[in-house]
Write a protein that binds this ligand. Structure first.
Ligand code: UD1
Length: 339
């Protein structure tokens, strides 16, 4: 298939482009580079030996997007492009709603106008909100996230569902990721956060490489196995392969809109993750337990049954794989991608 990947230079997008190419798809990328670098595409080409046409367009630029769809032919779109920092979204809600919803409107308009009605959407476990019972199952329907970022995921899922009701020829996958970490085993692509990382594994990796003094663990008194929060960490290459499987499934069967969890089904604590990273690096890493971070849930993980049954997909990489691969990427690229 000819697949357009929005945000294909970003963390999960770049790994998904590699998986798509490995599965024999043709891929083009559209990216605004607000939070990524074109170097990521050069690295993908180095890994795969393929040429990946790159379009430097902000999806909200209706005219430029119309030209792109007019000039090229696509069978499907995988839509990653979005702002994604939870804390920033609380401080700048309008920017998040305007960007994440606005870009989706223009994308869906351009797709409909050019007869492309197959889309895989990058959603998040954050759509389940604080009330959902653990493990999270896809049929929990009171979606309500705690942050404007997460709420944009809830809203885009709703928009896509309404689009499918209005025109039942659409084929739509909503993929709810748990906590993607890790990097491609080549060490050539990986997560490259701007500024101080908000997320656990990028922060640990920067401590390990000497860019940060020590890890602050947010809370040691949760009702969990060791007092620290538990999350369902999933290797980014497993997430990437989940997209290939979802694309295959929605194009093979009848048109539909359907959500699938992409998670392992297992909770790993913050301390367990730190210790796994220490094993990868070969020595202990400085850390201290501090106050809880506001808004954190104690523990959640996926029920991954639906994706296993319907997509034939399940995770295959371990916590140690995630840490070894992250460390290979971080130690080889201490400052992230070069310009
Ligand atoms: C958050 C978002 C999720 C988003 C994900 C990746 C929510 C509810 N979840 O997940 O939507 O997809 O980020 O962007 O908004 N931790 C520390 N020290 C640190 C950093 C994190 O102890 O320096 C702890 C946190 O307290 C948490 C765990 O590590 O218990 C994981 O945190 P993080 O990586 O930020 O992911 P989530 O908050 O689970």
């Amino acid at each position: 298939m000819r697949v357009l990947v929005t945000g294909g230079a970003g963390y999960i997008g770049s790994h998904t482009v590699v998986s798509l190419l490995a599965s024999g798809h043709e891929v083009e990328v559209v990216d605004s580079f607000v939070n990524s670098k074109p170097t990521a595409i050069a690295r993908i080409e180095e890994i795969t030996g393929a040429t990946v046409p790159l379009h430097h367009v902000d999806l909200r630029d209706r005219a430029a997007l119309g030209r792109l769809f007019g000039e090229r032919t696509f069978d499907a779109v995988i839509h990653f492009a979005a702002l994604k920092a939870v804390g920033e979204s609380v401080a700048q809600p309008l920017r998040y709603y305007e960007n994440n919803l606005g870009s989706t409107y223009t994308l869906l308009d351009a797709m409909a106008e050019h007869g492309v009605r197959t889309i895989v959407f990058s959603s998040s476990a954050t759509v389940y909100g604080a009330e959902a019972p653990v493990p999270y199952t896809e049929d929990f329907d009171r979606l309500d996230s705690s942050s404007p970022y997460g709420q944009t995921k809830v809203m885009v899922e709703r928009i896509l569902t309404d689009v499918a009701v209005a025109d039942p020829t659409w084929r739509i996958a909503l993929l709810r990721y748990f906590n993607p970490v890790g990097a491609h085993p080549s060490g050539l692509i990986g997560e490259d956060p701007q500024g101080i990382p908000n997320n656990l594994v990028p922060f640990i990796a920067q401590v390990a490489v000497g860019r940060r003094e020590k890890l602050s663990i947010f809370g040691g008194d949760y009702p969990t196995k060791d007092g620290t929060c538990e999350r369902d960490f999933i290797h980014v290459d497993d997430v990437a392969e989940g997209h290939v499987a979802a694309l295959q499934a929605i194009t093979a069967g009848d048109p539909l809109v359907r959500a699938w969890n992409l998670g392992s089904g297992e909770g790993t604590s913050v301390l367990e993750m730190l210790h796994a990273f220490e094993r990868a690096v070969g020595h202990e890493l400085p850390h201290e337990i501090v106050e809880r971070r506001s808004g954190d849930l104690p523990a959640f993980w996926a029920d991954p049954t639906r994706a296993a049954e319907e997509l034939g997909w399940r995770t295959s990489r371990t916590i140690d794989d995630m840490c070894v691969d992250t460390w290979r990427w971080q130690s080889g690229n201490p400052e992230g991608f070069p310009d």
